[in-house]
Design a protein around this ligand. Structure first.
Ligand SMILES: Nc1ncnc2c1ncn2[C@@H]1O[C@H](COP(=O)(O)OP(=O)(O)OP(=O)(O)O)[C@@H](O)[C@H]1O
Ligand SMILES: [Mg+2]
Length: 234
């Protein structure tokens, strides 16, 4: 579904991504793990069309998408749930969810809202509450729910576990598994929380200073405790 070949991304003189190769297979959860500054967010922003690579190719299905404007890439179904969650804090839960559907022309929005509320019952309870007053975990759920309302084929999540208690992270990761199984959405997950994310992933990449240093089926990478500790500091 997604294929990245020899990707380089620079910020001026800073090389943030240096020759990255990565694939996300249809119906899989692929995780990209790495510590602070590894280049994970840069990679996701580049796939989304928010950053231009200096070299390399990105394919979504058979179409080359590097160089295509971000709004067209999201219309193709490549949706990013960003690191800072990107929700509108003064709008209510339901308003945030509706705002995500503005480019949809189909009539199934109401049905999808009901599905989302089944997946995240807490959001149904809080539908009229201002998003900025939700707890961190609830805000993360809203960010994922919002991304789902945009009907993703490829859902990219940038560190959904950031700053959340392990119990909430487990809950969110369980929901990601459900989403993958129910809706056959392909997921590319970016995480520093290596062990928890490896538990739900099918395939994993370990990233360090702009490069992939290891990859393999998640259950194999999970056994490489030393490697993970070396690159993630625990
Ligand atoms: N706008 C920018 N201008 C200059 N350098 C940047 C910019 N954004 C990121 N960088 C640099 O690029 C490198 C990769 O950053 P990136 O945000 O992709 O890392 P990350 O893996 O997402 O880290 P984290 O886990 O902390 O979010 C870092 O060295 C960072 O300082
Ligand atoms: Mg980041």
């Amino acid at each position: 579904m997604l294929k990245i070949r020899d990707l380089y991304v620079n910020y001026g003189y800073v090389q943030a991504v240096k020759g990255l190769n990565l694939e996300a297979k249809t119906g899989n959860i692929t995780v990209l793990i790495g510590s602070n500054g590894a280049g994970k967010t840069t990679t996701l922003k580049t796939i989304s069309g928010l950053l231009k690579p200096s070299n390399g190719e990105i394919y979504f299905n058979t179409q080359r998408i590097d160089g295509i404007p971000a709004y067209k890439i999201s219309r193709m179904g490549v949706i990013l749930c960003p690191e800072r969650r990107g929700i509108f804090s003064s709008l209510s839960v339901i308003e945030n969810l509706r705002a995500a559907t503005y480019s949809r022309k189909d009539k199934k929005i109401k049905q999808d809202l009901e599905k989302i509320f089944e997946l995240f019952p807490i959001l149904a309870e809080r539908r009229k509450q201002a998003a900025g007053t939700l707890s961190g975990g609830e805000q993360q759920m809203l960010a994922i729910a919002r991304a789902l309302m945009a009907k993703p084929k490829l859902l990219m999540l940038d560190e959904p576990s950031l700053g959340l208690a392990p119990k909430i992270v487990n809950e969110i990761f369980d929901t990601l598994l459900k989403i993958k199984e129910q809706d056959l959405i392909t997921i590319l997950l970016v995480e520093q929380n290596a062990f928890l994310s490896l538990e739900i992933a099918d395939y994993a990449y370990v990233m360090k200073t702009g490069q992939i240093v290891s990859e393999g089926p998640a259950k194999d990478i999970m056994k490489e405790r030393e490697l993970i500790e070396k690159y993630l500091g625990g």
